[in-house]
Write a protein of this length. Structure first.
Length: 281
């Protein structure tokens, strides 16, 4: 498992807005984030696109390059610590220093806790939490030295609402939420903006790729995801929130999710009773 080198789709010097590194960039929300940035700031940025599937990344990269962006492809399996380390070594070797990091990659779950292997729990934590922390800590010294930078963690409403059959995913996203909210407070006043995005229902393949108890893909489209907002809308709202300096950005919250978040704060016992009786897929 290695970074397998950086593939440049367009040779151009990094300029005033520098390098934006996006994980999980091969599809869904990550793809939408990359295309939004390319369409609105292509002349000022270099995009580093990471994910497991090189062919997907190349397809997204070519579309971004067609919009005028400088693009680098950096394959990485975020579930594998060795692959993460290799990617970081490759960036250092190339002298590429991200000034914005969007930790977008994530994997979900569809299985009761009693039926979920510890290997699945471990993978959920590696991808959703530990990878984001490791990449952030790798780029943070350069941002601190420069006195500027942006970090975004794409968490989930699952960090705050204990929906059944998501125990490992909920736990990993809750850890991610806690880490990046704390980091935002620690870095306040130092020129580094830390944003935590909380998507609700967004039409991506996250449910199709969710792990069952033995680690296989769930393979179905969750009806709530199918009825959610588009990745393009979610990406636009997240990027606007980052530009406005928000520490938390919510997107894709329907009335049920907004009500659930309100109950989470004001009446958690009532929320638990509702969730225990909810039909969950």
């Amino acid at each position: 498992h290695s970074a397998d080198g950086l593939l440049s789709l367009q040779a151009q010097a990094v300029n005033d807005e520098g390098v934006i590194w996006i994980t999980g960039a091969g599809s869904g929300l990550g793809e939408a984030l990359a295309l939004n940035i390319a369409a609105n700031g292509a002349a000022r940025v270099t995009l580093v696109l990471s994910g497991r599937r090189r062919t997907q990344l190349e397809g997204v990269g070519q579309r971004c390059a067609a919009l005028g962006a400088t693009v680098q492809i950096l394959p990485v399996d975020l579930a594998d610590p060795d692959s993460r380390k290799a990617a970081l070594v490759e960036l250092q070797r190339q002298g590429i220093r991200p000034e914005t990091l969007i930790n977008n990659a994530g994997v979900s779950q569809r299985a009761p806790a009693e039926e979920t292997s510890c290997d699945v729990d471990r993978r959920l934590m590696e991808v959703n939490y530990l990878a984001a922390v490791e990449l952030t800590k790798a780029v943070l010294p350069g941002m601190i030295a420069a006195g500027r930078g942006r970090i975004c963690a794409v968490s989930s409403v699952a960090a705050l609402i204990p929906v059944p059959q998501r125990s490992g995913y909920n736990a990993a996203k809750a850890a991610q939420w806690a880490f990046f909210r704390t980091l935002a407070n620690e870095l306040s006043g130092r020129g580094i903006q830390v944003t935590t995005a909380i998507p609700g229902f967004v039409r991506t393949d996250i449910s199709r790729n969710a792990h069952t108890g033995d680690g296989k893909a769930w393979g179905g489209m969750d009806r709530n995801q199918a009825g959610g907002i588009s990745p393009e809308q979610a990406a636009g709202e997240i990027l606007r929130g980052m530009r406005r300096g928000r520490t938390v950005v919510y997107t894709g919250l329907d009335l049920r999710l907004r009500t659930s978040l309100l109950l989470h704060r004001l009446a958690p016992a009532l929320l638990d009773r509702i969730l225990r009786n909810a039909e969950v897929t």
